[in-house]
Design a protein around this ligand. Structure first.
Ligand SMILES: Nc1nc(=O)c2c([nH]1)NC[C@@H]1CN(c3ccc(C(=O)N[C@@H](CCC(=O)O)C(=O)O)cc3)CN21
Ligand SMILES: CC(C)C(=O)C(=O)O
Ligand SMILES: [Mg+2]
Length: 324
């Protein structure tokens, strides 16, 4: 606060960032100076205020999220599909996740940062899970890691991460894309009593294992509502109805950056960036082909007439080239 008021008193340096680090290539000012922590999220949950979460995969998207009031940012392994063009989340490596997470983290000052542990980075052993979680926190600057599943083996992995490394964990049940082969695709989960019961059991076991949050993906509203009632930790829904403690969506879907033809049913589209993006590239390409860009009055480096004359003289003498 003191630093901020001092900067305001000196307009010449007021363009300096007054928060934890300066942001190259950005004039976005942070919308909030208050860092969102796990405690902030728990407080929101207790006050029954909805928690908002959005995915981000790169620095520009991190900046946009940081310039919003969103509570938490998830570097989801959906980045494999939405950002890297793979056909599933299975192809994403831990190193690639860390690379993207670190880029997002450099843009954030206030949202709470969660990262997915990719497929294969926690399945083999407890020590692999701990090592992967530590690497994402250490090199990717994540504050919390998310693991898919609620089986006894996954519970054991989560227990290890929470207890051995003290890293907060977000669970993820329902439609878990990393298990899509055994689920038979990206299918809605928990439609029968038996399936719903299994989700209730998993949710409770995950809470007992010490997870801080739980993502519920693609389940009927009644199941999202029930799990939220049963648990004493926040639930974050994606296609889980209105009654979860918060909501998460994939950034690429809400801004439609990929001009998607088939988005999941739960997606709400807030912008058409894919179209805006290709329109901009098209206009530029046309400007180039019609010699409209560059415009000499705006895009050129001017030099004194004397220097220009000297260069012209030299060209004429040395190369017999006459410019205009
Ligand atoms: N762009 C994108 N958005 C996502 O939300 C997302 C990804 N990618 N990739 C990883 C997972 C996969 N997700 C998906 C993908 C498809 C459906 C889907 O089409 N569901 C059908 C119902 C299918 C059924 O149960 O028969 C739907 O109509 O919503 C749902 C979630 C969510 N995640
Ligand atoms: C959709 C969210 C929950 C996710 O896991 C992802 O984006 O990878
Ligand atoms: Mg994911």
């Amino acid at each position: 606060m003191l630093l901020y008021s001092r900067l305001k008193a000196f307009p010449c340096i007021s363009s300096l960032k007054y928060w934890k680090h300066s942001l190259p290539y950005s004039s976005f000012a942070p919308i909030s100076n208050k860092k969102t922590t796990l405690l902030t999220l728990q407080k929101k949950y207790q006050e029954k205020a909805p928690i908002s979460m959005i995915t981000a995969y790169d620095y520009p998207t991190g900046l946009a999220a940081n310039n919003s009031t969103v509570d938490t940012v998830l570097v989801g392994d959906s980045l494999a599909m939405t950002c890297l063009g793979y056909s599933s989340t299975h192809q994403l490596s831990l190193d690639t996740m860390i690379h993207h997470c670190a880029a997002v983290s450099r843009a954030l000052s206030h949202p709470f940062l969660i990262a997915d542990l990719p497929f294969g980075s926690y399945n083999c052993s407890n020590s692999q899970a701990i090592n992967s979680a530590i690497a994402i926190v250490q090199k990717g600057q994540a504050e919390c890691v998310k693991l898919e599943g609620g089986s006894s083996i996954i519970i054991e992995r989560i227990n290890n991460i929470v207890k051995a490394a003290g890293i907060p964990v977000c669970a993820h049940i329902g439609l878990t894309p990393q298990y899509s082969s055994s689920l038979g695709g990206f299918k809605v989960q928990g439609k029968t009593l038996k399936q719903a019961q299994s989700l209730f059991d998993q949710a409770l076991a995950l809470q007992n294992a010490g997870v801080s949050l739980i993502v519920l993906e693609a389940v009927p509203e009644i199941v999202g509502k029930a799990i939220t009632r049963i648990l004493e930790i926040p639930t974050i829904g994606i296609g889980a109805g209105r009654f979860t403690s918060g909501q998460v969506l994939v950034i690429s879907d809400i801004v439609d950056i990929n001009n998607s033809t088939a988005a999941p049913k739960f997606v709400k589209k807030y912008a058409s960036l894919g179209k805006a993006y290709s329109d901009a590239i098209n206009q530029y390409a046309q400007d180039v082909s019609q010699r409209i860009y560059p415009d000499p009055s705006a895009h050129n480096y001017a030099i004194p007439q004397k220097n220009e004359d000297e260069i012209k003289d030299y060209l004429l003498k040395q190369y017999l080239i006459q410019l205009d």
